[in-house]
Design a protein around this ligand. Structure first.
Ligand SMILES: Cc1cc2nc3c(=O)[nH]c(=O)nc-3n(C[C@H](O)[C@H](O)[C@H](O)COP(=O)(O)OP(=O)(O)OC[C@H]3O[C@@H](n4cnc5c(N)ncnc54)[C@H](O)[C@@H]3O)c2cc1C
Length: 345
């Protein structure tokens, strides 16, 4: 599991040379708020002709606005499909490490300014705290991108909206399946109420298909009885550390291994724009996650000493796609495994 995760997140796979190289690797990037990110158009990839059903566009609802949902909605909208993207929490930040391989930058056409840091030095640190440099296989143009999920996810959703998708801030509750041929799915959701800051009015929309990208514990998957699947829990603290300590992490990411930090994953310290993210995860020992997090912090010793925790995040994250495919009734399918799944290939 650890090596599996490692390969997927630190991106040690074949990649094509980087085309755009705007910042030098030592440049300290400025912190970009999600809304300030620079968006540019994709050269896409979706069908040129719009699928029509009796004189109208096909309608698809994508439930979940993480990377899988944002990317799916953009592709659908670009293909001329009337697309609704439903996300319960638009400022949601997943505590996944946010390390992305170079291939993802190309495949998702990510602009470089949403990448906080382009790290070339990786250290794997043993249970007895022996550090081994593992970034040496990177070629001169290669790096591991460090993103903040609130920035990446918002960017992908906004790009879907620019392509024509309607973004709905709401909690998907349930769906009514079509009872006769050509009848629509009726999808029920609680719209977010901006005034009270809570879920508000019950709403429904009719669509021809539903894509489940609602992550771990997917309600879409349950609705279509797509089967159970495993999920991981991730815990992460964003820590603002003193400038002299931040200098060490400017171009370094650390992976801590050992049963103290996680029996089946690894602990990490990944540099973000002006702070570091310290986290860990587990699939097999979820109740112990806080203990693993404390151990990860302790393992960093004085490297983050004097730091201030500015944000704490914990979230279940889909680990594998459901084992059973769903024969056309909406598809949590492999995209439910999300970006990670994409990175594994
Ligand atoms: C410990 C750990 C560390 C990881 N580290 C990395 C890493 O460094 N790099 C990396 O690339 N990947 C990492 N991953 C994997 C990565 O987090 C996942 O692959 C990714 O989040 C999956 O994306 P997704 O869009 O499928 O799901 P999610 O990101 O979970 O998105 C699902 C979305 O659906 C929304 N939603 C859920 N239910 C509803 C509902 N009923 N109505 C409306 N909206 C709903 C949620 O709010 C959420 O925004 C890590 C995973 C773990 C467990």
């Amino acid at each position: 599991m650890a090596s599996f995760a490692f390969i997927s997140f630190v991106g040690l796979r074949k990649s094509s040379p980087e085309k755009h190289h705007h910042h030098s690797l030592t440049t300290l990037p400025k912190c970009i708020a999600p809304s300030q990110a620079h968006y540019r158009r994709l050269n896409v990839v979706a069908a040129k002709t719009s699928p029509k059903i009796t004189g109208r566009n096909l309608r698809v609802a994508v439930v979940g606005g993480g990377p899988a949902g944002g990317a799916a909605a953009e592709t659908l909208a670009k293909g001329g499909i009337e697309t609704f993207l439903i996300e319960r929490k638009l400022d949601n930040a997943k505590p996944c490490g946010g390390a992305i391989p170079l291939c993802m930058v190309g495949e998702f056409e990510l602009p470089l300014d949403i990448i906080d840091r382009r790290v070339t030095k990786m250290k794997m640190i043993s249970p007895s705290n022996i550090a081994v440099d593992i970034g040496q296989t990177l070629k001169p143009h290669e790096y591991i991108g460090m993103v903040r999920r609130e920035v990446l996810d918002a960017y992908l959703r906004d790009r879907a909206a620019t392509s024509g998708a309607t973004i709905i801030n709401g909690l998907f509750v349930k769906m009514d399946k079509p009872q006769e041929k050509n009848a629509p799915y009726v999808l029920h959701y609680n719209a977010y109420n901006g005034k009270t800051g809570s879920t508000g009015e019950r709403m429904s929309i009719e669509v021809d298909a539903i894509i489940g990208a609602d992550g771990a514990n997917s309600r879409v998957a349950k609705s279509i009885e797509a089967g159970d699947y495993e999920y991981g829990i991730a815990f992460q603290e964003r820590v603002k550390i003193p400038d002299d300590k931040m200098q060490y992490y400017e171009n370094v990411a650390e992976l801590y291994v050992g049963n103290d930090v996680s029996p089946d994953f690894y602990g990490w310290v990944f540099p973000k724009c002006d702070h570091v993210a310290v986290g860990t995860g587990t699939v097999t020992h979820k109740p112990d996650i806080k203990k693993f997090q404390l151990a990860t912090r302790l393992r960093t010793h004085d490297k983050i000493l004097g730091g201030k925790i500015i944000r704490v995040e914990a979230h279940p994250i889909p680990e594998h796609p459901p084992s059973k495919e769903s024969g056309g009734e909406g598809s949590p399918g492999r995209r439910c495994g999300g970006v990670c799944d994409e990175m594994l290939r």
